[in-house]
Design a protein around this ligand. Structure first.
Ligand SMILES: [Zn+2]
Length: 460
């Protein structure tokens, strides 16, 4: 359902620039510190009146969380402190592990001018904006995101510069550009004038055949992505006609998933139609994104294969409501598809939960404004999920899907000190998830008492 990637013409221009600048040849790996400190950092103790135990799926009473540097060292019942520790009293708050959104597009955002912007903006324009979108996401309490589709690997750079402490933002696991087929949801040429439609191939993440599938995954590995995104069916926001047709063969799907797994990547699959979902699940994909027209057979297969469902439920409703409210909200082809998905997705998500499919939280933010990633929570409750399960989706379940549960997803000794807080009990009022007023990522406080903290980059 992503906003289309930028045009290949501009991607090629951006690539030339990167090569001129020599960027492609230099590894930028470095330490993960947002703010350098002199000497060993003082321990910090958070006093939480309540804390979500995301693993057990229950709320704990008063708890102290002891943090040293970027990691939690101890989680202790009651209100305790440690010698020399700085105490942060979160009276009236409920603490939660830093939230995880397993489906965002952090370097784009839909707007009424987005289709023409794609013809006028340079990649750099989007990248500058992405630093703002990254900060909004973090201040909304989302300390980790999986970015499922960008234009030209720009989110690899964003990830690296956030990790180095140049700009504030969430931990990013990025897929780079999504991989699809000619004319499919990943093909930027759809709907353009014919002379603006270059014949793109595996190098541009457009595949036809199994050899291309391997080449595209290997290209992603070369560009240092963290994960892979493929598109087995049509989507909503591209300018082609079908939202649910199959756009990768069984063999292509199997080749993509096999290649990705061979390189150690998990695979998130954009799929609305039942057949495209089936092909992805049978191929061994790790998560189905959207899943709008998922049928009972798909649900059964997902349970058998342990496939996660990342429903992006608010996005479905958002595009449908926009299309209903304004006949010109989207181009005509998109308008028709947008009207279809919202109510269907609500029904499917409720049915899949009842059927026992396991879920991880993911929003498709970028289709709607970044920073509002919390808006899936109330809809998930509305279709029948317990509030505490939705919180597990956005913490331990998403961390497990991303294979990062050793580092994130719960507040526990040894994990990153990624901790957020809301003013009250979100299991009684899920809309409190829209009021995150404390955000700590890697031991650094980015928001406190509802106020953004001054971020001073000491990176050099
Ligand atoms: Zn998406």
């Amino acid at each position: 359902m992503a906003v289309g990637r930028l045009s290949t013409v501009r991607r090629r221009a951006a690539r030339s620039f990167a090569l001129l600048a020599g960027c492609a040849l230099v590894s930028l790996a470095g330490p993960v510190t947002a703010q350098a400190q002199d000497g060993p950092p003082k321990p910090v103790v958070l006093h939480c009146p309540a804390l979500l135990d995301s693993v057990a799926g229950k709320m704990l009473g008063p708890t102290s969380v002891v943090i040293q540097g970027e990691r939690v060292v101890e989680v202790v019942p009651g209100t305790v402190t440690r010698a020399d520790a700085e105490v942060v009293d979160l009276a009236g708050e409920t603490c939660l592990p830093g939230l995880i959104d397993a489906h965002v597009h952090i370097s784009s955002e839909f707007s009424p001018t987005v289709y023409s912007d794609m013809l006028h903006f340079n990649l750099a324009d989007w990248v500058v904006r992405s630093t703002v979108w990254a900060k909004r996401t973090l201040l909304g309490g989302f300390t980790t995101v999986r970015n499922l589709g960008d234009s030209h690997y720009e989110t690899v750079a964003l990830r690296d510069q956030i990790n180095k402490g140049w700009v504030p933002g969430p931990r990013i696991l990025t897929a780079g550009p999504a991989i699809g087929s000619t004319g499919g949801h990943a093909d930027d040429g759809d709907g353009l004038r014919m002379d603006l439609q270059p014949d793109v191939g595996a190098h541009d993440s457009i595949i036809n055949g199994t050899a291309d599938a391997w080449k595209a995954v290997r290209e992603h590995y070369k560009q240092n992505v963290d994960t892979i995104k493929i598109m087995t069916t049509g989507g909503v926001l591209d300018l082609s006609g079908s939202v649910d047709n199959s756009q990768l063969t069984e063999e292509e799907t199997k080749a993509l998933v096999t290649a990705a797994h061979e390189y150690g990547y998990i695979v998130g699959v954009h799929a609305h139609g039942a057949e495209g979902i089936r092909r992805a699940v049978v191929a061994g994909a790790d998560s189905i994104e959207h899943g709008t027209f998922m049928d009972a057979q798909d649900m059964k297969l997902m349970k058998e294969h342990g496939t996660y469902y990342v429903p992006t439920i608010y996005t479905g409703t958002y595009v449908t409501e926009k299309a209903k409210g304004n006949p010109h909200a989207y181009p005509p082809a998109v308008q028709a598809k947008a009207l279809l998905v919202g109510p269907q997705l609500m029904k499917t998500v409720g049915d899949a939960y009842k059927a026992g499919v396991k879920f991880a939280y993911g929003t498709d933010a970028g289709v709607y404004p970044h920073g509002e990633n919390w808006k899936d929570f109330p809809l998930l409750v509305q279709v029948g999920m317990p509030a505490i399960y939705t919180l597990q989706m956005a913490t331990i379940n998403a961390a497990t899907l991303l294979k990062k549960d050793k580092d994130i997803g719960s507040v526990a000794a040894g994990k990153y000190a990624d901790i957020v807080a809301v003013p009250g009990d979100p299991t009684k009022d899920i809309t409190l998830m829209g009021k995150v007023d404390f955000v700590m990522k890697g031991g650094i406080v980015f928001k406190k008492g509802g106020a953004e903290q001054v971020f001073t980059s000491t990176a050099h």
